[in-house]
Ligand binder design. Structure first.
Ligand SMILES: Cc1cc2nc3c(=O)[nH]c(=O)nc-3n(C[C@H](O)[C@H](O)[C@H](O)COP(=O)(O)OP(=O)(O)OC[C@H]3O[C@@H](n4cnc5c(N)ncnc54)[C@H](O)[C@@H]3O)c2cc1C
Length: 421
């Protein structure tokens, strides 16, 4: 069994979960600390590689994009990224002949435009993960294509048992093992959460006309239907859809022929981009809300969906995970530079302090937004439409919303501000 501090005097850190936030953390830590920190990422999914992320795409906010620039990775990610230059929000029923626009995010100041910083990019997951896996290998992260079965703290170290019964010791284990985190549960960390009676259906669509970087969010009574611009491929114009539906209706909507499914998508997608076809999907995902009662345990830090799961209405779940990775990389690196134990409670408490408020605020905002809009009662419709109309007429307020969605406001971790660790 290896020790928490190996013979060369370096510390070790284990990441359980090679999802996007787990890999980002591993790269940031290894880049900043070199041989002073051994970083091992364990995940049975590593044997499949990036291919298991095929067909997914995420809105990556401006802060995380700055982090990837600082890590020297954005140039490699950029070919798989499409800037969102404009966002149109509508509120209507499915059969309505027109969808009035209530909010647009296109008008940015000349200064913002000159900085060339769109508030988010849509990034395809498979090429993004391929870049992250390559970069992790280059900086010397060790991969173990097996899960962590359990992790037991023992004084100045934590002993992890892998799926194949081998044991590894570290100063800190990071649970980046998703919403149903086995390590969080084994550590007895509570979870406050519930399931939404909705599913999130994702698919990649090709269409006749160029999207020109415009995203749409149509608020329909059963939930939001988002159309998000993707990079063109072999001359085909493409968008990703995230379609929220009542869970009970999903089998009927997706269970018919491919033509029937496409017709259902077309009813919601509209005709503005011309004729559409399915490139990938659809696949349906259960939706839930949850926040861990604490973001750390004894020599254990929670990261990404292991710490929080939110509704995808604002495309912010992964962005919270990126902020976690930036904050944890910063607190661990500071501890190592001071020569202190990176798994000590005060280090993990500093990580939680950096992340808790932002996470709770975003979780509450996305839950409220979904409840407000997945609702067809007339008084609620009138109130929300008035609210959206007001925001649209107040540029200051709108900039606030864009700043929030861009994860660039407030006391952000250094990497999200584009600064070195
Ligand atoms: C429909 C939908 C659309 C979304 N759109 C967006 C968006 O546009 N923008 C955005 O920011 N977010 C979005 N999200 C949220 C985003 O998908 C998640 O927040 C993100 O994928 C979470 O990543 P994660 O690595 O924390 O968890 P996961 O992706 O669940 O990864 C967990 C990893 O841990 C591994 N693992 C599990 N158990 C173990 C173990 N015991 N040991 C080792 N490894 C283990 C798994 O194999 C997996 O690789 C969306 C979510 C949904 C449902």
């Amino acid at each position: 069994m290896s020790s928490a501090k190996n013979r060369a005097g370096s510390r070790s850190l284990l990441v359980a979960g090679a999802g996007i936030p787990g890999l980002t953390l591993a790269i940031a830590l290894k880049q900043a600390n070199g041989p002073a920190l051994d970083v091992t990422v364990c995940d049975p999914g590593l044997s499949v590689g990036a291919a298991r992320h095929r067909g997914r795409a995420f809105a990556v906010a401006a802060g995380p994009r700055r982090m990837f620039e600082r890590l020297g990775l954005w140039e490699r990610i950029a070919p798989a990224a499409e800037p969102i230059r404009d966002m149109v929000i509508t509120d209507s029923r499915l059969g309505d002949p027109v969808r009035p626009t209530f909010l647009t995010f296109a008008q940015r100041s000349a200064e913002e435009e000159s900085r060339g910083e769109p508030f988010a990019h849509m990034v395809e997951a498979e090429p993004l993960v391929a870049v992250l896996l390559g970069a992790a290998e280059e900086v010397g992260v060790t991969f173990e294509p097996t899960g962590i079965a359990d992790a037991v703290p023992e004084g100045a170290r934590i002993r992890a048992t892998l799926g194949d019964r081998r044991e590894l010791a570290a100063s800190l284990v990071v649970a980046a093992d998703g919403a149903r985190s086995r390590l969080r549960e084994a550590a007895g960390i509570g979870w406050v959460g519930w399931s939404y009676p909705q599913s999130g259906i994702v698919a990649t669509i090709t269409h006749e006309r160029d999207h020109e970087g415009r995203a749409y969010e149509h608020f329909l009574p059963s939930g939001p239907f988002a159309i998000l611009p993707l990079p063109s491929c072999d001359g085909r114009h493409r968008s990703s859809i995230v379609w929220t539906e009542r869970q009970a209706d999903v089998p009927a909507l997706l269970g018919g022929s491919a033509e029937d499914t496409l017709a259902e998508i077309e009813r919601r997608f509209g005709l503005s981009l011309g004729h559409i076809a399915l490139e990938d999907g659809p696949s349906a995902h259960t939706l839930s809300f949850g926040i861990a009662r604490s973001f750390f345990g004894d020599r254990l830090a929670l990261l990404g969906d292991a710490a929080h799961v939110i509704h995808p209405v604002a495309g912010q779940g992964l962005n919270l995970g990126f902020s976690d990775a930036a904050a944890l990389a910063e607190t661990v690196t500071e501890a190592l530079r001071l020569g202190t134990d990176p798994g000590a409670p005060e280090v993990l408490r500093a990580y939680e302090r950096a992340r808790r408020f932002d996470t709770v605020a975003m979780a509450a905002a996305t839950d409220g937004l979904n409840r407000l809009f997945s609702n067809d009662a007339l008084p609620v419709r009138l109130a929300r439409d008035l609210g959206l109309g007001l925001v649209d007429r107040l540029p200051g307020l709108k900039r606030f919303f864009i700043g929030e969605a861009s994860a660039i406001r407030g006391a952000q971790p250094r990497l999200l501000r584009g600064e070195a660790l």
